[in-house]
Design a protein around this ligand. Structure first.
Ligand code: DAH
Length: 339
């Protein structure tokens, strides 16, 4: 009998299944009312008294092993079935991971930053809420100067004036106040103008400002830098500088690139001329240097400023500036493949 019990213990230990039916069969075979244990306990009566203690213990042990096996298997099975209830079919293929996309404004800003970083420009930033000094006065735009009309301003407070910066040129001033020449920096950022919203204009948009100050900086340096930029950014190597006016630069110019007249879109965006205006620039006015305590006898410099939306519209042929701010997923998704 002892040998038989040992055999059954080994069988219990080895038994495993994930089928509910097989667990039940196992239970009936060992613990059922006509099961093996019942049978063995019946035979126990015939065991010799000297062996009763030992065999009795072995039988009790066998019974508890069998019932813990049943419990254990049932538990594993129910844990399994709640998992699959929660997650459904665990063998099905996973959901595809949706790739995000960078906003086209960030893509273009990063590209411009990269192009200028290669020639030693650092990136600087300034506040969006500005004072009159940094946005206007120090840039050679004193109060009542008619050029202030070029930029309709959102004022936050009067006396002292607090406003939303109308251009990133304010960062030039902050940078010159806190750094000594040589200065080579570009300042990307958001700007605000009190303008009617249309396909071509928005009251919030982005600019990048460039500033270079050192001894002996000339207009030729400016032109060369701009040429490098247009080659890197657009792959176009023909530019022209048209005389213009900005209070903070003298002389001032507007930069056009030769876009070409190959397609109908080229005709449309260049109004049939082949030329496209992309930014304003000039030699930093000596008054601006003086306002930031840089000696205009010793130093000269150039500055430039461009609208990021305008460049993004050109590069990606986006017809309406409002598309940048609507967050329409069908628009944004198209930039997934661009880094
Ligand atoms: N701040 C000018 C604007 O918003 C752009 C500009 C023009 C910036 C000429 C400059 C510059 O630094 O030299 O229209």
């Amino acid at each position: 009998m002892k040998a038989k019990i040992e055999e059954l213990v080994a069988e219990i230990q080895q038994f495993t299944t994930q089928s509910e039916k097989e667990i039940e069969e196992f239970r009936i075979r060992f613990l059922g009312s006509k099961g093996l244990l019942k049978q063995l306990f019946g035979e126990f009566k015939t065991v010799e008294p000297a062996q009763k203690k030992e065999i009795g213990q072995a039988l009790n042990d066998l019974r508890s092993k069998a019932s813990s096996k049943v419990e254990e298997l049932k538990e594993a099975l129910s844990a399994d079935s709640t998992e699959s209830k929660k997650y459904g079919d665990l063998t099905r293929p996973g959901l595809p991971v949706e790739l995000g996309a960078r906003h086209p404004i960030s893509i273009v800003k990063n590209r411009i930053v990269d192009v200028f970083s290669k020639i030693g420009f650092t990136v600087s930033e300034g506040p969006e809420i500005e004072d009159d000094w940094h946005n206007f006065t120090a840039l050679n735009l004193p109060e009542y100067h008619p050029a202030r009309d070029m930029q309709d301003t959102f004022f936050i407070e009067k006396n002292p004036d607090t406003l939303l910066r109308t251009h990133t040129s304010s960062v030039q001033i902050r940078y010159m106040e806190s750094h000594k020449p040589p200065i080579r920096t570009i300042s990307p950022g958001r700007v605000f103008r009190n303008e009617d919203i249309s396909a071509r204009a928005h009251c919030i948009f982005h600019q990048i400002e460039g500033l270079y100050i050192d001894t002996d900086v000339s207009f030729a340096d400016l032109k060369q830098t701009l040429l490098y930029f247009t080659k890197e950014m657009f792959g176009k190597s023909k530019i022209r500088l048209r005389p213009s006016y900005f209070p903070f630069t003298e002389p001032s110019a507007e930069v056009d690139i030769y876009w070409g007249l190959e397609t109908e879109t080229d005709y449309k965006i260049t109004k049939g001329t082949g030329w496209l205006e992309i930014m304003g620039c000039g030699m930093v006015d000596p008054n601006v240097l003086k306002n930031t305590k840089i000696d205009p006898e010793k130093y000269t410099g150039y500055a430039f400023g461009m609208g990021i939306e305008r460049i993004a519209m050109l590069l990606y042929q986006i017809p309406d500036i409002r598309m940048f701010y609507e967050n329409d997923i069908r628009f944004l998704e198209q930039f997934k493949s661009v880094i």
